[in-house]
Write a new protein. Structure first.
Length: 255
């Protein structure tokens, strides 16, 4: 089957499973069924990733389109985790919309999947480096939506959850940066080259570190939420926005 059709069927499955699951999650009688529908949605995304992996014979983490598919998968997992652990039902609405949005973008615009993999990506550091970044983007994306809500209306439970997500997401981001530096040294004999992507990643990391520091030292500070939102905007620039910058053509991260 053509991967585009596979992606289309997966996107339709996600829309059906999640929309029905969200509706049932707000009922008492069928609440338990909703969890299985969310899990089926995530399984369908995992099958899509495995299918694309089989087409490429390598991890589909090279192009922006491929990372969007991974992001859709991870943000669905994070949304379900938040639903299970914190009982925040509306988070599944946000993660479903994000998941569908990125899948639709891949369907109609950025559907480069089977690009030949350059030799530099045949590294043991490639998969953990990029996948950890995608995990952190998903976690910090959920933290950002909670931060937006905290700015307009303070809520202790929501603030605590946001702070926990910021900490976990930043840890994942930090490990991803460290692995990237090790990979850079093995490839270019330098841990850091001040490449545009690396520079924006460093700024983003510092913003999140400040937000975490404030979450521990200044309770109920709206600056934590503001920095969380700024950090997520910077993440988008670091992820796909840099290709629109004039200096992107000089980046070491063009594959």
């Amino acid at each position: 089957m053509n991967y585009w059709l596979f992606l289309l069927y997966t996107t339709i499955s996600i829309a059906i499973f999640n929309s029905v699951g969200i509706a049932l999650s707000f009922t008492k009688k069928y609440n338990a069924i909703s969890k299985y529908l969310f899990i089926l949605s995530i399984v369908s995304q995992l099958i899509l990733i495995v299918y694309i992996w089989s087409l490429k014979n390598t991890a589909p983490l090279q192009t922006i389109a491929e990372t969007r598919i991974w992001y859709s998968f991870f943000i669905s997992v994070v949304g379900l985790f938040i639903y299970f652990k914190y009982k925040i039902k509306w988070m599944n609405i946000f993660t479903t919309l994000m998941c569908l949005m990125f899948n639709i973008i891949v369907l109609v615009k950025d559907n480069t999947i089977t690009t030949p993999t350059p030799p530099i990506l045949h590294s043991i550091w490639f998969i953990p480096h990029v996948s950890l970044y995608m995990v952190s983007y998903a976690i910090l994306g959920c933290a950002a939506i909670l931060s937006i809500m905290n700015i307009f209306k303070e809520n202790n439970k929501r603030e605590n959850i946001c702070n926990q997500l910021l900490l976990i997401g930043t840890i994942c981001f930090s490990i991803g940066m460290i692995l990237g530096s090790i990979w850079a040294y093995s490839a270019w004999s330098s841990f850091w080259s001040w490449d545009i992507k690396e520079s924006i990643a460093l700024i983003t990391w510092l913003v999140y570190l400040i937000s975490i520091h404030l979450s521990f030292t200044q309770k109920k500070s709206k600056w934590v939420s503001v920095l969380s939102i700024i950090g997520f905007i910077l993440l988008q620039i670091c992820w796909w926005g840099i290709k629109y910058l004039p200096v992107y053509s000089q980046s070491n991260h063009i594959y």
